[in-house]
Design a protein around this ligand. Structure first.
Ligand code: HEM
Ligand SMILES: *[C@@H]1O[C@H](CO)[C@@H](O)[C@H](O)[C@H]1NC(C)=O
Ligand SMILES: *[C@@H]1O[C@H](CO)[C@@H](O)[C@H](O)[C@H]1NC(C)=O
Ligand SMILES: CC(=O)N[C@H]1CO[C@H](CO)[C@@H](O)[C@@H]1O
Length: 315
């Protein structure tokens, strides 16, 4: 009897409740996490913007079908995939994921999922950019579907109430949403995503934007309509709480960012993070871990892709 319960506890339960776990590859691919870290470090040394690229990639992957690397699949003759759809068009960094996957396949073939590589690479890049260092559970599997019809990410002019609903549908609270939007402490937005806020387009100044910033952005977008502005105008490559300080100064670039500081349901969280950098950094790690669990495939679901851009061949 005792033996049976041991079997149930140690063998059957873990399969029935397969879940992500810390160090999932500790025995199957001992070097997995260090390989990811090395490749990310190497890229970061020559391109600090890789952190922004990965954060956005991880978000877009997790919020369409769950963190299953469906975003990485290339379109084919017959299927236009997620990455070639509207909102996803400007996600970048796929080549870095290819580099990591190649190095990992050489060490441990068909063992480490592309979905875990995206999550781990993002985690490492955040730490390199001055953000928190944190452990993330692994064991994600790669999805078997990548369909542009699944993409329904909101645009940057969505009202905060609707934004909260969008996150709530994934089990993420309004406070966690404000924390995750703190990822806009790095990276850029192209003029098309904030042009409607500029005095040159509206014909009058936007009272929620610092006039000096308006002048600067009008100039930028006039000279190059495909231009891009740093989302955090002060510490543009550092994962810190400066984003919240900037939006309190009306220096948010996109409407969604600026509204976080103004909407009653989010402004208190913004002030708290602006005045407490440690609180932000800790909350950011926790919120990223939670985002990385949205809709994951585990156990025998999905597959371990050999090439992150294509599904494995079936026969
Ligand atoms: C639904 C809420 C969100 C909206 C509407 C939104 C919208 C956008 C838009 C329009 C851009 C500019 C893209 C470009 O011009 O290339 C952008 C950039 C970015 N977003 Fe978000 N975002 C959201 C949430 C998030 C979350 C949750 C994260 C990460 C946790 C994130 C991370 C980033 C980063 C890092 C960039 C800069 C990308 C780069 O420099 O290549 N965003 N976002
Ligand atoms: C290809 O697209 C069709 C129609 O949009 C969809 O039903 C199918 O699941 C897609 N195939 C894959 C492998 O994602
Ligand atoms: C930029 O950030 C630094 C600290 O990171 C701060 O001391 C400074 O006041 C900020 N400058 C502006 C213009 O916001
Ligand atoms: C390059 C680019 O930004 N393309 C598209 C991104 O998504 C929005 C809306 O989803 C489109 O309007 C852009 O053209």
């Amino acid at each position: 009897m005792k033996q049976i319960s041991i079997i149930i506890f140690f063998f059957i339960l873990p399969l029935a409740f397969a879940d992500l776990e810390l160090g999932f590859y500790a025995s199957s691919c001992r070097k997995a996490e260090s390989i990811v870290k090395q490749v990310v470090q190497k890229r970061f040394n020559r391109d600090k913007s890789i952190t922004a690229a990965l954060l956005r990639m991880h978000f877009h992957d997790c919020f369409v079908r769950g963190c299953d690397a469906s975003l990485l699949i290339d379109s084919t003759k017959n299927n236009i995939s997620e990455k070639d759809t509207g909102a996803n068009d400007s996600v970048r960094g796929y080549d870095l994921i290819d580099d990591v996957k190649e190095a990992i396949e050489a060490a441990c073939p068909s063992t480490v999922s592309c979905a875990d590589i995206v999550a781990l690479a993002t985690r490492d890049a955040v730490a390199l950019s001055g953000g928190p260092k944190y452990n993330i559970p692994t064991g994600r599997r790669d999805g078997l579907i990548a369909n542009r019809d699944d993409v329904d990410l909101p645009g940057p002019n969505i009202p905060i109430g609707a934004l909260s609903q969008f996150f709530a549908a994934k089990g993420i609270t309004t406070e966690e949403m404000v924390t995750l939007l703190g990822a806009h402490t790095v990276g850029v937005a192209h003029c098309g995503f904030f042009a409607s806020r500029l005095s040159s387009v509206r014909g009058k100044p936007d009272p929620t934007m610092d006039p000096a910033l308006d002048t600067k952005l009008v100039k930028l977008c006039k000279s190059n309509s495909d231009g891009a502005a740093f989302l955090d105008q002060n510490t543009s490559f550092t994962v810190d709480n400066e984003f919240y300080k900037q939006i309190l100064l009306k220096r948010g670039i996109m409407q969604i960012d600026q509204q976080l500081a103004l909407d009653k349901s989010t402004s208190t969280f913004v002030s708290n993070f602006a005045s407490n950098g440690d609180k932000f950094v800790k909350s950011f790690a926790t919120a990223m871990i939670k985002m990385g669990k949205v809709g994951v495939l585990v156990g025998n679901e999905g597959e371990i892709r050999k090439n992150c851009r294509v599904f494995n061949k079936r026969n």
